[in-house]
Design a protein. Structure first.
Length: 450
């Protein structure tokens, strides 16, 4: 992606649907086939299709949805839609969601500052079509508050969330209690959406037009000033999520319940314990009851197994969970360079909701246990389905996974809007020096049903 390339077409707003029509036209013309396909021998997973999102100005995209929200996109193109992937019904079409927008880190006086180069960016639900090597935007919905204002992607609470700064890390940016760092997405049968967020962490119910209906947060969060209903309906232990490691995976079971994954182990009793731990949590939520009905302990493989050569356990994350049947899930374990998909069954006997492992005062904590099973924790059993590192052509940082059929998965990577960390991310004019990483949807065919 070249941030300085000429933009194709003008973007105008559809009053009826809020869809950037010329954005769609531009992406119909843009996008290039990757040409990646492995033959793969019998019994080996292989890529059957790969498609790439073309360049489009982030400012043009955002302002077509909500005019005036982005005054200067600093040369950033639309990206970051790889936070999740959910089938949209028609062949090759998926719902995706952006994260909080372009962001990075710059060290100042030895401390890292979180930068937001485009602070007016509003997270969006984006419907895409994959065809003939191209990823095309079909439609988009901006996420808005009860009064129709953009939610933004800015941190919520001073002292709990990272302080936001301008692109050069020199000037503070205001916190926003409406802000969402959206990650997982599913669409309900009634046309509404469910999303998860890293800040709260939270579960968000969104209307078919993108308006936040309700945000469910941990008990005791005390989020004040949000322009939409907020309910403290999630376990208070989630207040101990690591910074920037809240909910990331979300799926909908056939019966209607939602399952969400905490990206990394909780910081219990502290950040060091969370960094060293290999035990994270999945939560089951009933939309009918509007409450969490079960919680499960999930154990990562050793980091050197997931990503040979990596020795930092804190690099382990869950970015996607996918329902494959009643109480049955695919769970993606990953680092930024490698990913493996495991199948698990949500056994009622593995529920830890409300027991001692669900209390922040328990010592040692669940996260501190070297062998949770030996300590009586009913850890979910799992079975490896595919190690994506062994499939030639799969991009790094896969965050979204969707089922195409019983043997085919669609994967999408998060390209971080082409951003990298450090002061070199922008040139002397404050324009992005693009990383060159593209948003790609990749189909992987498995040797057998999973």
């Amino acid at each position: 992606m070249s941030p300085h390339a000429a933009r194709k077409g003008r973007v105008r707003r559809s009053i009826a649907a809020g869809i950037p029509l010329a954005v769609i036209a531009a992406l119909t013309a843009a996008g290039t086939a990757t040409g990646r396909q492995t033959s793969g021998g019998h019994g080996e997973p292989r890529i059957t299709q790969a498609a790439t999102l073309g360049d489009i100005s982030l400012g043009a995209f955002s302002n077509a949805l909500l005019p005036g929200t982005v005054k200067n996109d600093r040369g950033v193109d639309l990206g970051g839609i790889g936070s999740d992937l959910y089938p949209a019904g028609r062949k090759g079409e998926f719902w995706t969601v952006t994260d909080r927008g372009p962001n990075g880190q710059i060290k100042v006086d030895g401390k890292k500052r979180r930068t937001f180069p485009v602070p007016g960016f509003d997270p969006a639900i984006v419907k895409i079509r994959v065809r003939e090597g191209k990823v095309k935007v079909v439609s988009a919905l901006p996420l808005t508050t009860s009064s129709g204002r953009p939610v933004t992607g800015l941190p919520n609470q001073e002292g709990r969330d990272e302080a936001p700064y301008t692109y050069d890390a020199k000037v503070p940016v205001s916190y926003d209690p409406n802000g969402l760092d959206t990650e997982g997405i599913v669409r309900a049968p009634d046309g509404t959406f469910w999303l998860v967020d890293e800040y709260g962490p939270s579960l968000i119910h969104v209307s078919a037009r993108g308006k936040v209906i309700k945000r469910y947060v941990p008990q005791g969060l005390k989020l004040r000033g949000a322009d939409y209903p907020v309910a403290e309906a999630l376990p208070g232990v989630l207040l101990h999520r690591k910074t920037n490691r809240g909910f990331e995976g979300l799926t909908r079971l056939p019966g209607g319940d939602l399952v969400m994954a905490v990206q990394s182990p909780l910081a219990l009793p502290d950040e060091d314990a969370g960094d060293d731990s290999r035990t994270t949590r999945l939560l089951r939520f009933s939309p009918k009851k509007q409450k969490v009905t079960a919680e499960y302990a999930y154990r990562f493989d050793a980091v050197g197994i997931v990503d040979p050569g990596e020795d930092d356990t804190s690099e382990l994350k869950i970015s996607s969970v996918v329902a494959t049947g009643r109480d049955r899930l695919l769970v993606q374990e990953r680092t930024d360079k490698a990913a493996r998909l495991q199948v698990v069954t949500l056994d009622r006997r593995s529920d830890i909701l409300g027991d001692k492992w669900d209390k922040a005062t328990t010592s040692p904590s669940l996260e501190q246990l070297d062998d949770p099973v030996a300590s009586g924790v009913p850890v979910l059993r799992k079975r490896l389905v595919v190690d994506l590192r062994t499939v030639d052509g799969v991009p790094g940082k896969i965050e979204g996974v969707a089922r195409v059929d019983s043997r085919t998965l669609a994967l999408i990577n998060d390209n971080d809007f082409g951003m990298s960390d450090g002061p070199e991310a922008f040139d002397k004019h404050g324009r992005l020096v693009d990383s060159g990483v593209e948003t790609t949807v990749t189909y992987v065919r498995l040797p057998e049903k999973y």
